[in-house]
Design a binder for this molecule. Structure first.
Ligand code: BES
Ligand code: MN
Ligand code: ZN
Length: 468
C-alpha cells in the first residue's frame, strides 16, 4: 500500500494526541482545549503568522506530565485550493510521526482529506524510505466526505504505483494482471488475438520487445445508466523510442509512459465505491517500445484496426499508433456516447504548458468544457488546446493514408499534430484527448506531489464521471 497512513474520523478533539493541528486565519483564532504558554493571538503575532495556507506554527504544550505539540496551521480564505495546500503541508510536516490529529476547518472536507493523504504517498523498493505519518485522525462530523477523499487519494496512489514500478517488473502482461484486480470484468487480447483482430498498430509497436503487447478492456456497468463512456489509455510500459532510439537522459523517465493506462485502471477500479452512474469501458493499449532485430523500422507501413494505413516515419511516435487501434475499435464496436483518451503523448506539450496543467483537445465544445470544469474542481487542471485544421497536411504521406509524424518542420506544433492524428481514428462521436506528458511526472516533492509519477488524470476523470 503506497499510502501507509490510515485515516480515522472522530467528532471530538482527542485529548491524548501526540500532535494536534488546529486551523487559524486572520479572522479565525482557534479556541484550544488546553492552555498555551502564551495566548494564541500573541503567539501568532510573535511568529508573524498571517494565516496563509501552508503556514504552520509549532507550539509545545504541557500534557499532564509530558510535552505535547500543537500545530497552528493557516487556512487562508478556506477555499478548496487553500484547504488542499494547508492539508498537504500538515502531513508533510508530520512525516515520521506516529500520529497526527487535525481539527478540520469548515469547507471542502473531501478535498482536505484527499490532499492530506496524497502528501503522505511514498514509493520505495527495498528498505522503507521516509515513512509518512502513521495515523491521521480527522476531527470532523463529515465522515462521508472523508471517505470520498480517501477513495480518490487511493485511486491516485494506485495510478502512481503502477507508473513508478520499474519496467523490469512491469510489462504489458503484468499490467493486464493489475487490471484484473479491480473488481470488474476484464478482457485481454494477447498477441495472437491482436493479430486475428487486426490491431496492427499495437502489434507494430510491440514487435521489438521480448514482452509481447496486450489490449486490455475493463467494464464498469452500474445497475442503471443512460450514458456510456469509453476511456482509452496509452500503456507503453517502456518507451526506448524503438529504432528511433531516445538519448539516455530522455529515456530514463520512460517507464512512466503507461501513466495514461494506469489512470484508466485506477479510475475504473474506484467507480463502484464512488457510486458512479455512468457505464464506463476502459481500454489500455499496452506495448513495450524496444529496438531489436524484430522491431518495426522507420519507413514501414502498418495497417490499423479498421484498415487505415500509416507510414511510420519515426518509431518514437509510438503512442499514437497504439491509441489509434483502440480508438478505432471503440468507435466501431462499443457504441459509446463519448470517448476520452489519456496519454503521455508528446514532449512538446510540456514546452507549451509546463508541468502544472494538462492539455485537453476535443472536437466537442460541451465535452471540452465539462472536462476543463472538472479539472478546476478536482485540482487536475486542464487547458484546452486547438485542433487547428491548418496543420493537418503535416501528416500527409505519399504512400499511405497518413504518416505518423511530420517529415519536415513546416508545421511544428508537435502536440497538436499528434492530436490531429488521433482524431482520424476517433470517428464522429464526442471525443477528447488528454496529453499528460508534462504533468504525468513530478521532479519535486512538494504539496500533494511526490517525485515520480503524479497520477494526473485520476481526479479529473473521477470528478467528471461521478458528477455526470
Ligand atoms: N513518450 C513520449 C513522450 C514523452 C516525452 C512523455 C517526455 C513524457 C516525457 C512519446 O512517445 C514520444 O516519444 N514523443 C515524441 C514524438 C516525436 C517523435 C514526434 C516526442 O515528444 O519527442
Ligand atoms: Mn515515444
Ligand atoms: Zn511514448
Amino acid at each position: 500500500m503506497p499510502i501507509e497512513t490510515t485515516a480515522a474520523v472522530v467528532a471530538e478533539v482527542p485529548h491524548d494526541a501526540e500532535l494536534l493541528a488546529v486551523p487559524y486565519s486572520s479572522d479565525l483564532i482557534p479556541a484550544l482545549p488546553f492552555d498555551l504558554p502564551v495566548p494564541v493571538a500573541g503567539l501568532l503575532a510573535h511568529h508573524e503568522a498571517k494565516g496563509e495556507p501552508g503556514e504552520i506554527v509549532e507550539v509545545p504544550v504541557t500534557r499532564g506530565d509530558a510535552v505535547g505539540r500543537v500545530l497552528l496551521y493557516g487556512v487562508g480564505d478556506a477555499s478548496q485550493k487553500a484547504l488542499r495546500k494547508a492539508a498537504a503541508g500538515l502531513t508533510r510536516k508530520a512525516k515520521g510521526r506516529a500520529s497526527l490529529a487535525v481539527v478540520v476547518p469548515d469547507g471542502d472536507v473531501a478535498a482536505f482529506a484527499e490532499a492530506a493523504l496524497l502528501a503522505a504517498y511514498t514509493f520505495k523498493i527495498g528498505a522503507p524510505g521516509k515513512t509518512p505519518v502513521g495515523t491521521l485522525t480527522l476531527v470532523t462530523s463529515d465522515e462521508q466526505a472523508v471517505r470520498r477523499g480517501r477513495r480518490i487519494a487511493e485511486a491516485v496512489a494506485l495510478a502512481r504505483d503502477l507508473a513508478n514500478m520499474p519496467a523490469s517488473v512491469k510489462n504489458p502482461a503484468w499490467l493486464a494482471e493489475r487490471a484484473a484486480e479491480q473488481g470488474v470484468p476484464v478482457r485481454v487480447w494477447d498477441e495472437e488475438q491482436l493479430q486475428a483482430g487486426g490491431f496492427g498498430g499495437i502489434l507494430a509497436v510491440g514487435r521489438g520487445s521480448a514482452s509481447p503487447p496486450r489490449l486490455i478492456q475493463l467494464s464498469y456497468t452500474p445497475d442503471s445508466y443512460d450514458k456510456h463512456v469509453v476511456l482509452v489509455g496509452k500503456g507503453i510500459t517502456f518507451d526506448s523510442g524503438g529504432l528511433s532510439l531516445k538519448p539516455t537522459d530522455n529515456m530514463k523517465t520512460q517507464k512512466t509512459d503507461m501513466a495514461g493506462g494506469a489512470v484508466v485502471i485506477a479510475v475504473i477500479g474506484a467507480l463502484a465505491s464512488l457510486g458512479a452512474r455512468v457505464r464506463v469501458t476502459g481500454l489500455i493499449a499496452s506495448a513495450e517500445n524496444m529496438p531489436s532485430g524484430t522491431a518495426q523500422r522507420p519507413s514501414d507501413v502498418i495497417t490499423h484496426y479498421g484498415g487505415r494505413t500509416v507510414e511510420v516515419l519515426n518509431t518514437d511516435a509510438e503512442g499514437r499508433l497504439v491509441l489509434a487501434d483502440a480508438l478505432a475499435y471503440a468507435d466501431s464496436e462499443l457504441d459509446p456516447d463519448a470517448v476520452v483518451d489519456i496519454a503521455t503523448l508528446t514532449g512538446a506539450i510540456s514546452v507549451a504548458l509546463g508541468r502544472n496543467i494538462g492539455a485537453v483537445y476535443s472536437s466537442d465544445d460541451e465535452l471540452a468544457e465539462a472536462l476543463v470544469s472538472a479539472g478546476r474542481s478536482s485540482d487536475d487542471r486542464l487547458w484546452r488546446m486547438p485542433l487547428i485544421d491548418d496543420y493537418a497536411p503535416a501528416l500527409e504521406s505519399s504512400i499511405a493514408d497518413l504518416a505518423n509524424v511530420e517529415s519536415g518542420s513546416r508545421f511544428g506544433a508537435g502536440s497538436i499534430t499528434a492530436a490531429l492524428f488521433l482524431r482520424e481514428f476517433a470517428g464522429k462521436r464526442p471525443w477528447a484527448h488528454l496529453d499528460i506528458a508534462g504533468v504525468g511526472r513530478s521532479t519535486v516533492d512538494e504539496g500533494i506531489l511526490t517525485k515520480g509519477a503524479t497520477g494526473f488524470g485520476v481526479r479529473v476523470l473521477l470528478d467528471w464521471l461521478t458528477n455526470s
